[in-house]
Write a protein that binds this ligand. Structure first.
Ligand code: PEP
Ligand code: MG
Length: 577
């Protein structure tokens, strides 16, 4: 039976392929020993996860919409039954006691055992229930909040497969960057979560916040993913398939046409040239940057080098990665952001205090973590300064909230230089240091930052999150995460004006910079330097080429004083219509 699911589309284009379901357990499971004295607490932790999962399933069951497919209710009731079965609710407790291991590991062992039994079942209906076991266990893992562990091996034909997961962490996405899939689908996630950002950088259609995709899609089922519309069609008819294959061809032709703009300067109709830079996550992304004609790298999220691994990258490894990007960009400017871990980018080696922070988005994250871990910071700064010899490097510091942080960062940079001098190691002495403006407090006091920094870059992803108090990764509130909100635009406009007046270069490197709905709005606010994922660059350039800045005169003031986001959208349409 054909069904359509709706979510948040985060990558353009259409993918058609067979489903490949991955579970959280496939990806990462922690394994550590506990003492005999810790066993009761670990069992209590497991029991509490079972209770939380039961409550979650019961709530889902109670809130099934009337028009939902009837199987959904049946699945959920089956899941409650499986959860209550002693094989899942009791036996992992025995494993914890016998093996003195953590609850996640006990659950993983029990899952492996159960799946083996299911594989031996001849009867097809029962054998298929193994998926339900995986889904229940996955919910339990979520409740346990497990991390770390083994590595996932993707199927060989992954580039023809559509990956379906309940959730993917940024670390999982790093793994998937190496194993191309045709598309990604997840049940949860917000439009500017780091998972979404990585999926976007892969330049494939992906859809988040589908809610029930993992319940409704079966392994190997044929699916169409329309990343622009945010629609998934499961088990399509031949007519629907033919229609989408045509749309796929049209999309590819459009992309090819856009490639023709690669070497065209991004100049508006009135003759103003706009600078377009690219955001990257790994050195391999450089090819993509060059293929789309970016003028340089405006944001290299260096922290991805620290994710999805158990150890810390040593100075030498970091140096090689940064050097590869600088050399790959052949003298064009490369802005490398210093480590921005924490929040949804939690490294495996993070200690208990960091991982269990009551509110990670307000905790030890970004530059705060670097200042709290001076050796971590020193190692990175040394690697960066050394790499600076191989190109035009700029350092960008994330999550600045106050001037004391700027002073401390500059002090650490000097210390790193001093230590390199002492060791007789060559480094670049003239590297510019800039700051990300992504906390409203920093935006409002921007003038003071401008006198201490060589450049600033507005991180709209976090700026929206902190201005509107909306978690960027939580799809339950994603309708409130609105870049058109006048408060957000007011802060962006203010920072740009102040930076221009002070003669300090300013850019936007959050997802807003690559969103074609917002290109003219940002131009109206005075932005002349954008940094975005390479895949978005030519679309944005096309809008710039068709824009006349004279027609945008006066729009900024009106927008910043608009009462709400709807009025901003109206104003934009009226001005351009
Ligand atoms: C931002 O916050 O806008 C930004 C560019 O940084 P990140 O998305 O990595 O937090
Ligand atoms: Mg940020």
């Amino acid at each position: 039976m054909t069904i359509a699911l709706h979510g948040i589309g985060i990558g353009g284009g259409i993918a058609i392929g067979r489903a490949h379901l991955v579970t959280h357990t496939d990806l990462e499971v922690a394994h550590y020993e506990i003492t005999a004295a810790e066993v009761p607490a670990e069992i209590a932790r497991y029991d509490s996860a079972v209770r939380a999962t039961r409550k979650e399933l019961e709530q889902l069951w109670g809130s099934i919409p009337e028009n939902a497919p009837t199987e959904l209710g049946a699945f959920l009731s089956l899941h409650v039954m499986l959860l209550n079965d002693h094989t899942i609710s009791r036996e992992p407790r025995d494993i914890i006691t016998a093996q003195h291991c953590n609850a996640e590991w006990a659950l993983k062992l029990q899952q492996d055992r159960l799946l083996e039994q299911f594989d031996e079942i001849e009867e097809e209906y029962l054998r298929e229930r193994r998926t339900d076991v995986i889904q229940v266990v996955e919910r339990l893992f979520k409740a346990l909040n497990g991390q770390n562990g083994q590595h996932y091996v993707p199927p060989e034909d992954s580039k023809h497969r559509i990956l379906v997961a309940y959730d993917l962490s940024p670390a999982d996405m790093v793994l998937f960057k190496e194993a191309a899939f045709a598309a990604f689908l997840t049940d949860v996630g917000g439009p500017t979560s780091h998972t979404a950002i990585l999926a976007r950088s892969l330049d494939i259609p992906s859809i988040l916040a589908l809610h029930n995709a993992r319940q409704l899609i079966r392994e190997e089922e044929m699916i169409i993913v329309d990343g622009t519309a945010g629609v998934v069609i499961v088990d399509p008819s031949d007519t629907i398939l033919a229609e989408y294959r045509k749309r796929q061809t049209d999309y590819a032709a459009d992309r090819k046409r856009l490639k023709g703009l690669k070497s065209t300067a991004a100049t508006t109709l009135d003759g103003t040239t706009i600078e377009l830079f690219a955001n990257i996550e790994t050195p391999n992304d450089v090819d993509h940057v060059r293929a789309n004609g970016a003028q340089g790298v405006g944001l290299y999220r260096s922290e991805f080098l620290f994710l999805g691994r158990d150890d810390l990258p040593a100075e030498e490894e970091q140096y090689r990665a940064y050097k590869a990007v600088l050399e790959g960009m052949k003298g064009a400017p490369v802005t490398i952001r210093t480590i921005d871990l924490g929040r949804d980018k939690m490294p495996r080696w993070a200690d208990e205090d960091t991982t269990s922070a009551p509110n990670p988005a307000l905790g030890l994250t970004g530059v705060r973590l670097c200042l709290a871990e001076p050796m971590l910071f020193r190692t990175q700064l040394r690697a960066l300064l050394r790499a600076g010899k191989h190109g035009k490097l700029r350092l960008l510091v994330p999550m600045l909230a106050n001037l004391a942080e700027v002073s401390q960062v500059l002090f650490h940079v000097e210390q790193a230089k001093e230590s390199l001098r002492e060791d007789g190691i060559d480094f670049a002495d003239n590297v510019e240091v800039g700051g990300m403006i992504e906390i409203p407090g920093a935006a409002l006091t921007i003038n003071h930052f401008l006198s201490r920094l060589d450049f600033v870059s507005i991180g709209t992803n976090d700026l929206i999150q902190y201005t509107l108090a909306v978690d960027r990764g939580d799809d339950a509130v994603s309708h409130l995460y609105d870049p058109f909100h006048p408060a957000v635009l007011h802060l962006i406009g203010y920072v740009i004006r102040q930076a221009d007046a002070a003669g300090v270069p300013v850019s936007v490197c959050g997802e807003m910079a690559g969103d074609v709905r917002l290109t003219r709005l940002l131009l109206a606010l005075g932005l002349r330097r954008f940094s975005m994922h390479p895949a978005q660059l030519l679309n944005v350039k096309q809008i710039i080429l068709q824009s006349d800045l004279k027609r945008l005169n006066g729009l900024a003031a009106e927008i910043e004083h608009a009462p709400d986001a709807d009025r901003v959208r109206e104003l934009l349409a009226e001005h351009l219509g």
